[in-house]
Each structure stands twice: as structure tokens, then as C-alpha cells.
Design a protein around this ligand. Structure first.
Ligand SMILES: [Fe+2]
Ligand SMILES: [Fe+2]
Length: 336
């Protein structure tokens, strides 16, 4: 059994009161949840990445949209036997716990080495929120009797920038699919609504995380000396290649004997489990719509993650063109 004190360290300075003071009052929790979804910067004018105003705005966004929910007081809904069975048989829990554990460590390591106090604070708080996600998962596992494999040892990365890039881009991919998955779970009734609602703040929190990452990336690019840029862009390409290989490799691994246990494509696997008959194009469309909806409340002057939505839009266009061509060609061949 995991104890909260072991997993959830004190929140960063200045947020202790917010975390300890709010969680038991549902009205305040609701207000905090609303505040976590909408935010406008008090900074005047445009916010060019790399400027002091932009860095200040990102730090303020992350601090002011902080949701003080406390994992220990989450009221896990009682599930009917079939719903519980569906939940515990999803092959995602081990990898979800490992992902949060790794993300916490990597973000903390990068935050500690960042010389800018604004980014240090924001990324440090992001790391703390990852440890809270891990704790939420440990509570869920405990509440529904899910059996987990022993956790691997989490190693502090030596190359903290690489580790943060891998974690950030990985979250951009996973969150994009998780947004659609959530909408699906809501619509299809795969999980009872109370359980979906319980997880909702965690999903919105991931939206804030990738918003922060996209802005850090833009600021980092803007402040790098010109002679360091080619190496950095090569690293970004290498990160994407690594993530693609990791996902393809793990997708293949699913056919093996450990198929039911591990899968790093856990948001995709989750989507398949929630709606196994769902058309890929419909799922992509849903992910794109949810992505827009979740980001809509944040200051438009901040950057948004663009690569995963762009890839999804391209995939969608290819699928639709292919189907359109098929609709034209099929009758010609069937006549022949
Ligand atoms: Fe997380
Ligand atoms: Fe995250």
C-alpha cells in the first residue's frame, strides 16, 4: 500500500495554503476547477516568446490555474461489477503509473537546472503535479482492487534537456488522444459519468502541462544563440524519431506474451477499448475538436502545441481523400 506522505511531497512554496485550505469545500473546488480552465494574462501587449513578459505570463498562467484538489479526498464512485471489470481489465495501469513517475523525475530534474526563475518555478510545479497524478492513480488502484506489477527504479536523467523534451512531446501525443478518449468515454457510457467526472481535472491539468511545454519550447528556441539552434532542432527530430520507434516497438510488443500487461500507447489502447468499432477518422475528428475546446479558455497570446494536431489533420485529410477516391473508383470497377 502506498502512503500519501511518501508520494506527495509538499507543494512548491506559496501554494501550500491553497492545497491545504480548499479541498473539502465542494463550492471552492468547483470554483478552482473553473479557474483552471480559463486564464488571461495581466501583461499588456503581445507576448513574444523569449521576452521577460512571456516568461512571466507563463509562470503566472501555471500558478493561477493551479487546481488545489487533494487525491486523498477524492470520492471514488462505487462501480457496478461489469463497470469495475471493464476498468480493471484495461491494460494501461502499470504504464500510466510508470509514465507519471518518470515525468515527475524528469521535469524536476530539468526545472532544477533551468537558470530562469520563471521557468524553474513553472516546470517545478508541473513536476509536483505529476507526482499528484501518480498519487491519484495509486488511490484509484487501491479503490478498485487493480493489481500492479512492481514499479521500476526511476533514474534521474543526466541529460535533463533531452529528458524534458521526450516527456513534453510524449505528453503532447498522449494528451491529444486522451482528450478524445475522454469525450468517447462520456458519450459511450463505457465508464459511469461519476468516474469520468472524477478524472476530468486530471485531463485538464495535462492540457495546462502541454500548454506550458509549447510555450517553454517557443521561448527556448527564441533565446538560443543562432549557432546552437541546428543542434537543438536535430535533437527535436531525434526525440520524434525516438517516440515513434518507442510507440511502434511497443505496439508490436503487444502481440507478445506480455501483451495484456504493458503498452506505452496507452491512450490509443484506451481508445480501442472504449470504442473498438470506432472509425479512425471519427476518433481523429473528436480529438481535434476536444483539443480546441480544452485550449479555448487560455490567453490566445500563448502558443499551443501544434505538431500532434497537424499530424492528425493530415491523417484525416488522407483518409477522407482516400475514401472519396474509393467512392469514385469503386462503381467504375464494379461496372467492369
Ligand atoms: Fe501526468
Ligand atoms: Fe503532465
Amino acid at each position: 500500500m502506498m502512503h500519501e506522505a511518501e508520494l506527495l511531497p509538499d507543494p512548491p512554496a506559496g501554494l501550500t495554503m491553497a492545497v491545504e485550505g480548499v479541498p473539502t469545500d465542494p463550492r471552492l473546488l468547483e470554483a478552482a476547477d473553473r479557474a483552471a480552465r480559463q486564464w488571461l494574462s495581466a501583461e499588456y501587449g503581445s507576448l513574444p516568446p523569449g521576452s521577460a513578459e512571456h516568461a512571466r505570463a507563463c509562470r503566472a498562467m501555471f500558478r493561477e490555474t493551479f487546481n488545489p484538489y487533494r487525491p486523498a479526498v477524492i470520492d471514488w464512485p462505487v462501480l457496478a461489477p461489469e463497470a469495475r471489470q471493464r476498468l480493471i481489465s484495461l491494460p494501461i495501469w502499470d504504464i500510466a503509473v510508470h509514465t507519471e513517475g518518470k515525468a515527475r523525475l524528469r521535469m524536476k530534474a530539468y526545472a532544477d537546472t533551468n537558470p530562469d526563475p520563471d521557468w524553474r518555478e513553472a516546470v517545478g510545479l508541473n513536476a509536483w503535479e505529476e507526482s499528484r497524478h501518480k498519487h491519484v492513480l495509486s488511490r484509484l488502484v487501491e479503490a478498485y482492487g487493480i493489481t500492479l506489477a512492481p514499479e521500476p527504479e526511476y533514474k534521474v536523467p543526466r541529460d535533463t534537456e533531452w529528458a524534458y523534451l521526450v516527456t513534453g512531446y510524449s505528453e503532447c501525443i498522449d494528451s491529444f488522444f486522451a482528450f478524445g478518449l475522454f469525450a468517447l468515454a462520456r458519450r459511450s457510457g463505457f465508464f459511469p459519468p461519476e468516474l469520468v467526472e472524477t478524472f476530468e481535472p486530471v485531463i485538464q491539468e495535462e492540457c495546462r502541462h502541454i500548454l506550458l511545454f509549447a510555450n517553454w519550447l517557443a521561448a527556448h528556441r527564441a533565446t538560443l544563440p543562432w549557432w546552437k539552434r541546428p543542434v537543438f532542432e536535430a535533437r527535436v527530430v531525434a526525440v520524434w524519431a525516438f517516440l515513434a520507434a518507442e510507440r511502434i516497438g511497443l505496439a508490436r510488443g503487444m502481440d507478445g506474451p506480455d501483451a495484456a500487461k504493458q503498452d506505452n500507447n496507452f491512450t490509443l489502447t484506451g481508445s480501442q477499448a472504449v470504442a473498438d468499432e470506432m472509425d479512425v477518422a471519427t476518433l481523429m475528428q473528436l480529438c481535434l475538436e476536444e483539443n480546441d475546446r480544452r485550449f479555448a479558455g487560455y490567453d490566445a497570446r500563448l502558443r499551443r502545441p501544434t505538431t500532434t494536431p497537424a499530424l492528425a489533420r493530415t491523417a484525416l485529410a488522407v483518409i477522407r481523400t482516400w475514401r472519396g477516391v474509393g467512392r469514385v473508383i469503386r462503381p467504375i470497377f464494379s461496372r467492369g
